[in-house]
Design a protein around this ligand. Structure first.
Ligand SMILES: Cc1cc2nc3c(=O)[nH]c(=O)nc-3n(C[C@H](O)[C@H](O)[C@H](O)COP(=O)(O)O)c2cc1C
Length: 352
């Protein structure tokens, strides 16, 4: 390994460890998802039996017990290995999917492959690989394809994270040419690509650009949950006070991105089964949760993650029953009312 690559690998590994530490020791959730501004209309005559409510769904060709993905978080360190394997075991048992964190570390240092490798404990799940848009510009499609292949992933998330990069001292905030790079990448990488934010949301304008580039789905990762501008500001010392809650709130981001003809993952601050129900009713096809999954696996291993997912599923079933939705297709048509800032946003952006 050449010295430069080695140094890059060490920097990436240190950053991943610091991220886990900062997340564990600080309040890192800021802002509002505006899911509270979505009121599902209660149906006191639902005309269905709770026992018949079915939360299962098919997404990108895979069967799920409920529309839930464990959003990609980590890899590249010994602690990350434990986390990824615990989450993967839980995903397999609970019938959901998961993503790994940025695979930049293992591209710089292939010896780190086993910190992302989960197929032995999760042979059947849809597995999302992960790389940043800045790495798409830096590495060849062949290098990234090899990293996806090495972990047996089905789909590759490319994270778009300008708000995070500007609060890193070592960040890459040159986003010029990113669309051209993403388009060439999608054409050559040989895997379906999902465009993903990291907690600051995707607008309609940006969604249209990434659709043109050839992505197969959009993971909105809106604001209101974990704030990556804030987390990296704690590492860098840059003042993010006024950017902690920056972004397109999750509920607004779903409205922004639906209707473009691509599947949408509603994510960023999703915490409960009722949140999941609201995301689906708003127009998402899938949902994603990151931070609470990390907390659960750290607290009680795969068992705690499975218990959390079971609770989400129960709440989702109840919300479906109370909106008269027998299945996810019917939940997509459930009646809702938008209030407050979300209603204003939807009106001004022509999304009603
Ligand atoms: C510890 C941690 C590490 C993360 N690392 C990555 C990453 O490497 N790549 C990525 O695309 N997103 C990463 N994320 C962002 C999540 O996938 C997600 O977009 C964000 O945390 C918002 O979701 P939440 O509010 O449910 O946590 C990370 C999140 C956490 C909590």
């Amino acid at each position: 390994m050449v010295a430069g690559v080695d140094a890059d690998a060490k920097l990436t590994e240190a950053r991943k460890n610091e991220h886990l530490k900062v997340v564990a020791e600080n309040k890192v959730e800021w802002g509002e998802t505006w899911l509270d501004d979505v009121v599902l209309v209660h149906q006191t005559m639902p005309e269905i039996n709770l026992d018949d409510v079915d939360t299962s769904v098919t997404f990108l060709g895979h069967a799920y017990a409920l529309p839930l993905n464990i959003s990609g978080m980590t890899g590249g360190t010994a602690a990350a290995k434990q986390i990824n394997r615990g989450l993967a075991e839980a995903a397999q048992r609970a019938g959901v999917s998961m993503g790994v964190g940025s695979q930049r570390a293992m591209i710089s240092n292939p010896a780190l492959l086993d910190t992302y490798a989960v197929r032995d404990v999760a042979p059947d799940i849809l597995l999302f690989a992960n790389i940043g848009i800045s790495h798409v510009k830096k590495y060849s499609p062949e290098q990234i394809r090899a990293a996806v292949e090495a972990i047996g992933a089905n789909v590759l998330c490319v994270h778009l994270n300008p708000a995070q990069e500007i609060f890193q001292n070592e960040g890459d905030w040159d986003f010029s040419g990113a669309a051209d790079a993403l388009k060439t990448f999608c054409e050559n990488v040989g895997y379906p690509v999902v465009a993903k934010e990291v907690g600051h949301g995707i607008s309609m304008e940006s969604a249209k650009i990434v659709k043109e580039c050839g992505v197969v789905a959009i993971d909105v990762q809106g604001s209101g949950g974990t704030s990556w501008a804030y987390i990296d500001s704690l590492r860098s010392g840059k003042d993010a006070t006024n950017f902690k809650a920056w972004g397109v709130p999750t509920a607004a981001a779903i409205l922004e991105c639906k209707g473009l003809g691509l599947p949408v993952i509603g994510s960023g601050g999703v915490r409960s089964g009722t949140d999941i129900a609201k995301c689906i009713a708003l127009g998402a096809d899938m949902t994603g949760i990151a931070l609470p999954m990390l907390k659960a696996v750290n607290a009680g291993g795969p068992e705690a993650v499975v218990l959390y997912i079971e609770k989400l599923k129960t709440e989702l079933r109840y919300a479906m029953f109370l909106t008269g939705s027998r299945n996810i297709e019917e939940l997509k048509k459930a009646r809702y009312v938008l209030t407050g800032r979300l209603a204003d946003w939807a009106k001004q952006r022509g999304l009603l």
